[in-house]
Design a protein around this ligand. Structure first.
Ligand code: GDP
Ligand code: ZN
Length: 299
């Protein structure tokens, strides 16, 4: 058996890269069905395979994941793995063409934190913004920075601040999130000439027009720098996070917890809530309102 990296996964099949060779692999029986996840393997997994022929192999073992990012599967209540062994998420967002609701950003942020992954917020397409929209974006950036997040505004198309992005990605494994149309492919193509070449495909079959990502897929920028591109999704249900644990995924709440009158305060309508006291001051009302909306989705 040899060790490899899953660079693309689709259902119970995946492409595994070993050195410079890629094998299309089936997943061994015991891994095919999991109680936890709807997909047994995902890009980022380290696996052991046995090679069956020049292009094919079988995944014999999935090595323990350092971490993973998952959302709730639409088909069942299991988790749907998006990527694994990740250092950080790059959440790509645009406030124009398309406009994405901030609640989606908040869900990506809180899931990242829950799964032990550092999130980075990227506002793309700043070249499209007029003066009013720039003011609006500045306000949003200000609030998220104040909440403790790493925020960067870029234009992937016109290469504004891409060096900052590059330095953030260096020697890390980064999961890219964002709904479709925000510029994920454009950014990835700008980051490295090598990224144009999808490392996951055994043979490059093109000619189908624009390739849309339907599965997570790894791009290698250099030896230690990996990007996991994900299918664009707009909204999702949280996986594994208890309703009562949502409040712990908000960095800006942390310092005020102890001041709530009740130690189990959910910061919704309890008297003497220190979090509610901070709304409009240390806590942005939009973040708080989306917190309530996310909790509401559970019931
Ligand atoms: P994806 O679905 O997230 O991969 O988005 P794409 O990379 O396919 O981009 C969607 C559209 O937005 C394309 O027409 C891109 O040319 C355009 N686009 C991407 N980044 C920028 C940007 O920074 N500025 C502008 N004006 N357009 C962009
Ligand atoms: Zn409270």
């Amino acid at each position: 058996m040899i060790e490899g990296l899953v660079v693309k996964s689709y259902g119970k099949l995946c492409n595994v890269k070993v050195d410079n060779l890629t094998y299309k692999c089936e997943v061994r029986g015991k891994y095919k069905f999991s109680n936890k996840f709807s997909n047994p393997v995902v890009s980022g997994d380290k696996v052991e395979i046995s090679i069956t022929n020049k292009n094919n192999g079988v995944v014999e073992n999935i090595l323990e994941r350092k971490n993973y990012f998952a959302k709730e599967s639409i088909r069942d209540k299991k988790g749907h793995l998006i990527g694994s062994n990740i250092d950080q998420t790059l959440i790509i967002f645009s406030i124009k063409n398309p406009y994405t609701k901030l609640i989606f950003l908040d869900k990506c942020l809180l899931s990242s934190i829950f799964f032990d992954i550092k999130p980075i917020i990227v506002f793309n397409k700043i070249d499209l913004l007029n003066e009013d929209e720039i003011i609006k974006l500045d306000k949003i950036s200000f609030e998220y920075k104040k909440a403790g997040f790493d925020v960067i505004s870029i234009s992937a198309k016109y290469q504004i601040r891409l060096d900052d992005i590059k330095s953030k990605l260096k020697n890390k494994s980064t999961l890219i999130l964002g709904n479709s149309g925000v510029g994920k492919s454009t950014l990835i193509n700008q980051l490295s000439p090598y990224s144009q070449q999808r490392i996951s495909d055994i043979s490059q079959k093109t000619g189908k027009g624009k390739q849309t990502t339907t599965f997570s897929e790894i791009f290698k920028i250099n030896k230690n720098t990996l990007i996991i591109d994900t299918p664009g999704f707009k909204d999702f249900n949280l996986y594994l996070i208890d309703k009562s644990d949502i409040k712990y995924q908000y960095p800006e709440f942390n310092q005020f917890f102890d001041n709530c009158k009740f130690s189990n305060c959910s910061h919704i309508n309890e008297p003497g809530c220190a979090i509610k006291k901070q709304i409009g001051d240390k806590i942005w009302d939009k973040r708080y309102n989306n917190y309530l909306a996310i909790i509401e989705e559970y019931t």
